[in-house]
Design a protein around this ligand. Structure first.
Ligand SMILES: Cc1ncc(COP(=O)(O)O)c(C=O)c1O
Length: 361
C-alpha cells in the first residue's frame, strides 16, 4: 500500500489536484478556520517571536504561557473542571489511558472506536470489553456479565468520522451504572455539536453525568494539537509523571495561539455554526430526497460505500464536475473503500448544489 497522491490546498474550499483546481469536500476543517486570517496571524506572530517549537516537554522547560491561556479558555468554552493540552489528539487518548490506570474495574468500548482510543485502552489496566457498534442493547448484555465491576468506564467516539454517525450516548448512558464514567473521543463533535458547541455529550443531554472528553484542535478548530477535559483527579494524574506529558515535546506555541483564536471566533461569531448547520441541512435534505444515504442529519459528514467498479465511476463523475474525489481506503481494510464528504460553513450554495447533482445522477 502506498500513500494517496499529495494534494495542494488552494484557498478554503479548493485544492489543486493533477493540475486542476477542484472543490474540496475532504478533511475535517468544518469551518475552514485553518485559512482564517485571525488564526494565521496568531500563529505567525507567535512563531516569529517565540520560535517554531518549544524544544522541550511541558514538565521540563516547554510549558509556554500560550498552553496555560489555552487551557483556561478550553475550561470556559467546554465547561470542564480541568483542561490539559498535549501534542495532538492521538496523544491525548494515549495520555488519558495511561492516567486512567487503576481507576476502573471494567471498560466497555465501541467496536468501531478510533484506533487511538483502542490503543489507549491497553493502558487502563482492567478488562476491556468490545460492544457492537452504537448498540445499547449489546452493551447492556455485556455489562450484565460483569456485575461485580463497580467502577465502570464507557469508551466511544462522540462522532464516528468515517460515517458521520453520532454515538447514541443518551441510550448508552441509560444502560450504565449511575456512577459510571463516559470517555468520549470528541475529535469531531467538539466545536460542532450542542447548543454551545461543547460537543456530543452536550448534544445528547448528558449534563450531570461523569464525562471525560478528549478533543483535537485539527478539525473544527482549524489548528493542530489535542487536549483532555475532565475532573481534577485526571489533571493530577496527568501532571504526576504521565509518560506523554513528561516525555514528548509540548505543542508549538503558535498552534496553541491559533487554537485560542479559533475558540474566540466560535464564541463570538455565531454565524459560523449557523452557516455550517444551514449547509448541512440543505445537503442532507436533498440527499434524502434523492434516495441517497445522508448519515446523521445533525453532522456535516456523509459517506458512500463504493464497491468495485462503482468507485471508479464515481471518481470519474466527481472529476468531471470539478470536485475532488475524496475516496478513503484505510490500510487496515476494516472499512473497505468509501467516499467521505465533509461539508463546511464556507462552501457556497453553488458548490453544494454541484455536489448533490453529481451524486444524484
Ligand atoms: C476520532 C479521532 N480521534 C483522534 C484523532 C487523532 O487526532 P490527531 O490527528 O490530532 O492526532 C483523530 C484524527 O484524525 C480522530 O478522527
Amino acid at each position: 500500500m502506498s500513500l494517496p497522491e499529495a494534494i495542494q490546498p488552494d484557498g478554503a474550499t479548493h485544492v489543486r489536484y493533477r493540475g486542476r483546481r477542484l472543490v474540496y469536500f475532504g478533511g475535517c476543517d468544518y469551518y475552514r478556520l485553518a485559512h482564517h486570517p485571525k488564526l494565521l496571524k496568531a500563529h505567525t506572530r507567535t512563531a516569529a517571536r517565540d520560535g517554531l517549537g518549544t524544544g522541550a516537554s511541558r514538565m521540563t522547560t516547554g510549558n509556554h504561557p500560550a498552553h496555560e491561556a489555552l487551557e483556561t479558555a478550553l475550561m470556559h468554552f467546554f465547561g470542564s473542571e480541568t483542561a490539559t493540552v498535549v501534542g495532538d489528539g492521538y496523544l491525548a487518548n494515549i495520555a488519558l489511558g495511561q492516567a486512567a490506570k487503576g481507576r476502573f474495574d471494567a471498560a466497555f468500548i465501541d467496536e468501531k472506536a478510533h484506533m487511538s482510543l483502542r490503543d489507549a485502552a491497553q493502558f487502563i489496566g482492567c478488562p476491556v470489553v468490545r460492544y457492537r457498534h452504537c448498540d445499547a442493547d449489546d452493551l447492556a448484555k455485556r455489562l450484565s456479565r460483569r456485575r461485580a465491576a463497580k467502577r465502570v468506564l464507557l469508551m466511544s467516539d462522540g462522532v464516528f468520522s468515517a460515517s458521520g454517525r453520532i454515538a447514541p450516548l443518551a441510550g448508552l448512558a441509560k444502560r450504565l451504572p449511575r456512577l459510571a464514567t463516559l470517555w468520549i473521543d470528541d475529535a469531531h463533535g467538539a466545536g460542532v455539536l450542542g447548543g454551545r458547541l461543547r460537543g456530543t455529550a452536550e448534544q445528547c443531554g448528558l449534563a450531570g453525568r461523569r464525562v471525560i472528553q478528549s478533543i483535537v484542535f485539527s478539525k473544527a478548530l482549524g489548528s493542530f494539537g489535542g487536549a483532555i477535559l475532565g475532573p481534577r483527579w485526571l489533571r493530577a494524574a496527568l501532571l504526576d509523571g504521565n509518560p506523554v506529558v513528561t516525555g514528548s515535546s509540548s505543542l508549538p506555541a503558535g498552534l496553541a495561539r491559533a487554537a485560542l483564536a479559533s475558540l474566540e471566533l466560535l464564541r463570538t461569531r455565531p454565524g459560523l455554526a449557523k452557516r455550517l448547520r444551514r449547509n448541512t441541512a440543505f445537503v442532507k435534505d436533498r440527499l434524502l430526497a434523492a434516495g441517497l444515504p445522508a448519515g446523521d442529519p445533525a453532522f456535516p459528514v456523509f459517506s458512500l460505500d463504493c464497491p468495485g467498479k462503482n468507485a471508479a465511476a464515481l471518481c470519474y463523475r466527481l472529476l468531471a464536475n470539478d470536485i475532488y474525489p475524496s475516496c478513503i481506503r484505510y490500510p487496515t481494510g476494516s472499512e473497505g473503500a468509501f467516499y467521505r464528504f465533509a461539508l463546511s460553513s464556507e462552501h457556497t450554495r453553488e458548490q453544494l448544489e454541484r455536489l448533490i447533482i453529481t451524486l444524484s445522477r
